[in-house]
Design a protein around this ligand. Sequence first.
Ligand SMILES: C[S@@+](CC[C@H](N)C(=O)[O-])C[C@H]1O[C@@H](n2cnc3c(N)ncnc32)[C@H](O)[C@@H]1O
Length: 390
Amino acid sequence: MMLLDQIELTVGAVAHGGHCVARIGEPPGRVVFVRHALPGERVIAEITEVHPGYLRADAVTILSASPDRVEPPCPFAGPDRCGGCDLQHAAPAAQREWKAAVVREQLARLAGLPDFPVQVEALPGGPMGELLGWRTRVRYAVDATGRAGLLKHRSHEVVPIDRCRIAHPNIQALPVTDRLWPSTDSIETVAPSAGDALVIENEVPVQERALGREWTLPARAFWQVHPAAPDTFAAAVLDLLKPRSGETAWDLYGGAGLFAAALAPAVGPTGRVTIVEADPRGVSAARTALADLPQIRVVPAKVENALRGRLTGPVDLVVLDPPRTGAGRAVTHAVIAAAPRAVAYVACDPAALARDVRTFRDAGWRLADLRAYDAFPMTHHIESIALLTP
Ligand SMILES: C[S@@+](CC[C@H](N)C(=O)[O-])C[C@H]1O[C@@H](n2cnc3c(N)ncnc32)[C@H](O)[C@@H]1O
């Protein structure tokens, strides 16, 4: 529903989800989540949604701009346009500080850790720089007339575009937006690290390279989206866990075994690394790509089921890389019961991470370190890797 009421307001701190918080009316005031604004700005905002406890709004006129405001490099970014990027109007350092503030706030509010130091590191950029041309998987939506585009924020409306500026250059070069796609409602594309970019049809395999190794996996199976993410995250996990020769490790929600491939040489032939992954495509890719590492075994199961059955502790090290919902209390308690000396928790949602950190803390564990990476520039998304120790 689009309500066209406009209000003038001063924008406050950032909040999780790609918006800032403002308040209107008599103190304490009604909360307004404002997109396309920056903290400290005075803006005219158009109300887009009214809820019992809060409003949503888009900043449509900037009355006094933050020094961190820049001209969005994409002409389709902004209020009532493509919903893919939330932060095109923020300078690179301001995007990273935005995300650091969100992680700090989530840890304070949900994990009970006020003032935990968080800094967000940029990942190495490609030919289009640090902020553009990084996205190796893009799903286009197709409208009723067959045009491919991207969806508006919180809407099923397709915004036709010429090309997506954050997509990998090889995806931008694919003939997707310059032709019609009758009889489909979405087009998926991939730019694998080895080989050509392509429009995904059926279960076509692609090749990905990381850690000096090669994986063959179905194009729709999970693989980290930013080209620099696999090597960067694997190095961070090793640096945090410091695996030793002969140790045992679990790579939970292991996908095609990226973290297992990093851990296996470190624990050596006398160690053992167990991948648990529910998606048969990841399981099969891991088994094939890591066949030369006999210390790795792959358990095709849901993590919660494996921890109730085949997977028994004790274990020395655990990598947890769950989907956006987080590991949850049952899995977290089962990991704690296996008594590892350290857990590396790889998280794409800081709220889910903070909730699970709370569960670890309630069991007497501590958040010993946290690295955060701008693996999704121009969007509010952020990847964090936390070290938890008993
Ligand atoms: C964020 S991805 C991480 C994959 C891998 N660690 C990587 O970095 O490439 C999460 C993985 O968890 C798998 N998954 C989701 N829910 C699961 C569950 N309940 N049990 C086991 N695996 C699950 C997904 O199929 C996906 O491969």
